[in-house]
Design a protein around this ligand. Structure first.
Ligand SMILES: [Zn+2]
Length: 472
């Protein structure tokens, strides 16, 4: 049975037009005014609402062993949370630790997701060690459709890679045309500063930020960019949090380094005061890079508007109160992370587009189109066009509500944005033509999601060729 969506206003990264959308099977078959519904087609009238392409969260953690515990969500809970919030595709970080085999880790993560996600998904493969098998295994993983890597410059001895390992990874990535995403902080400085603070009796959550200051992130960002420059690889800075790191990335862009920048939801709306709250209230806001001084927030919003920040993800990573309390004696033991997959679209719409002057097309671009383009999902995902997957978010801009742990779908006992107002939410969300959400309620097929296979797109053969035109 097909679906005809009538009366809405279609908003993509480029255009805003009135039009009906006809879906036959899993893809869009026609867009236009006054489309006729073939027999047996369900018609949904969405007059007065906006229609966005399904949003893509390019950075989430669902299965994640971290600091002797596991993040709380399963693919079943996280995907429902994603869909209710308007996200129809997420890219999960496959993060085996340094002691785990790369291929075994990849297979484990794939199995956890298979058949359990209600929305589509893809993976970034974290390279957390470099041994005799790694290169061959990574080639196999890329051939399997996972065409992006992840490296951690921090988390020494757990996820973190050395500079030498980063070099090997980027050289292979350049050869294969794969993009590498990176967590950029100087691991040595973080480790030394943590020890120094703890030795001075500074053990509370409020010391987390001083242990990973802005300059430490800027150094990591600059170093990653230099390695990209010397290997010719394409790179993507994840969860950039502050002005000095942004400057390092922009500096690299100006030198012609192929580097993209992602910031994540918490860094646009929260500052370090949240992590300075007493007891577990502060611990709930511990993530890395940490929440920053307030002055950075405006810089990030402006950079997003100007396109210097390419994408907005979440780094969704829920740990509950009990898990956060593992860090009672030392801030270094607090599991890092905060949920966000359910709230990214509504909060960025409310505080960006509605109340902050962010251009609506840039909003769609940063939360859907650009992630699709950077990670090889476009035009299947990330836009509304004939033959694209029918992943649509019909958005009710008249809705008014507040974020609360009581109504969330994420499996966690707190929400870092508790009580925050939202001016809008998805009314209907479809995944490949099937209605999965209506008015904040998951009504769909739990195991509908499929793994999206991607092909490398940063190879030399794809590089644009500039022809020199002589004026005479
Ligand atoms: Zn992450």
């Amino acid at each position: 049975m097909g679906l005809l969506i009538t009366g809405g206003e279609i908003v993509t990264a480029e255009t805003r037009t009135r039009g009906d959308i006809l879906i036959e099977g899993e893809t869009i078959s026609a867009i236009g005014l006054g489309l006729k519904a073939p027999a047996g087609t369900e018609v949904i009238d969405v007059t007065g609402k906006l229609i966005f392409p399904g949003f893509i969260d390019p950075h989430v953690h669902i299965h994640l062993p971290f600091m002797a515990t596991f993040a709380k969500d399963t693919h079943a809970t996280a995907s429902k949370a994603a869909l209710v919030g308007g996200t129809t595709t997420y890219i999960e970080m496959v993060c085996p630790s340094r002691t785990e085999d790369t291929m075994e880790g990849y297979q484990k993560w794939k199995k956890k997701a298979e058949g359990n996600s209600a929305c589509d998904y893809a993976f970034h493969m974290a390279v957390t060690r470099w041994d005799a098998q790694t290169e061959a295994q990574l080639r196999e993983i890329v051939a399997d459709g996972t065409a992006s890597f992840k490296i951690f410059l921090s988390y020494k001895n757990f996820f973190g890679v050395t500079d030498e390992e980063m070099f090997h990874t980027l050289k292979l990535a350049a050869e294969l045309g794969v993009i590498t995403t990176a967590h950029c902080e100087n691991p040595e400085l973080v480790g030394q500063l943590q020890q120094l603070l703890l030795s001075e009796g500074k053990t509370g959550a409020e010391w987390h930020e001083p242990s990973r200051p802005e300059s430490v992130e800027a150094e990591g960002t600059g170093r990653f960019a230099t390695f990209l420059e010397q290997t010719g690889a394409a790179g993507y800075v994840v969860h950039l949090s502050c002005e000095p790191a942004l400057r390092a990335a922009v500096e690299a862009k100006l030198r012609g380094v192929k580097i993209y920048v992602e910031s994540v939801l918490p860094h646009f709306l929260l500052n370090k005061i949240y992590a300075e709250r007493a007891g577990v209230e502060g611990m709930k806001y511990i993530m890395s890079p940490p929440l920053r001084h307030e002055r950075n927030l405006q810089v990030l919003w402006r950079a997003l508007g100007a396109g210097l920040i390419d994408t907005v993800g979440t780094d969704h990573c829920p740990f509950d109160t009990e898990q956060k309390l593992l860090g009672t004696k030392a801030f270094t033991q607090i599991p890092n992370g905060i949920p966000g997959i359910e709230d990214r679209v509504n909060l960025m719409y409310t505080y960006g587009v509605k109340r902050g002057g962010l251009d609506i097309h840039r909003f769609v671009d940063a939360l859907s189109t650009k992630p699709a383009k950077i990670f090889g999902l476009f035009p299947r995902k990330g836009t509304i066009a004939v033959d694209s997957d029918a992943d649509l978010v019909i958005y009710d801009t008249a809705y008014r509500g507040k974020i609360s742990v009581k109504t969330q779908h994420t499996n966690n006992d707190y929400n870092g944005f508790e009580g925050v107002e939202i001016d809008g939410r998805p009314a209907v969300v479809t995944v490949r033509g099937k209605v999965q959400v209506r008015d904040g309620v998951f009504v769909g097929e739990p195991g509908r999601g499929r793994m999206l296979k991607r092909v490398p797109q940063y190879g030399h053969k794809h590089e644009e060729v500039r022809e020199v035109v002589h004026a005479d």
